[in-house]
Design a protein around this ligand. Structure first.
Ligand SMILES: [Zn+2]
Length: 63
C-alpha cells in the first residue's frame, strides 16, 4: 500500500495530496499545487496522515 499524507500549505493553507515515495530523499521540499509555495513538511500549517491523524509541526509559529 502506498502511503500518503495531506499537508496544508503554510502560505494559502490549502491541503493537497502527497505520496511518501515522493519524499524518499530527506530535505526535499513540497510544492503547493495551488500557489506554488515550496516548503518542508515541518513547515506545513498542519499535516493529515494517511490514517487520518492530524498533527501540527512543532516549528510552526501560531499566527
Ligand atoms: Zn499554497
Amino acid at each position: 500500500m502506498v502511503k500518503h499524507f495531506d499537508p496544508a500549505c503554510p502560505k494559502c493553507e490549502k491541503k493537497f495530496h502527497v505520496h511518501h515515495e515522493d519524499l524518499r530523499h530527506a530535505g526535499i521540499k513540497l510544492l503547493c499545487p495551488y500557489c506554488g509555495e515550496q516548503f518542508h513538511v515541518d513547515e506545513a500549517a498542519s499535516v493529515v496522515e494517511h490514517d487520518g491523524t492530524l498533527w501540527r509541526p512543532s516549528g510552526t509559529p501560531s499566527r
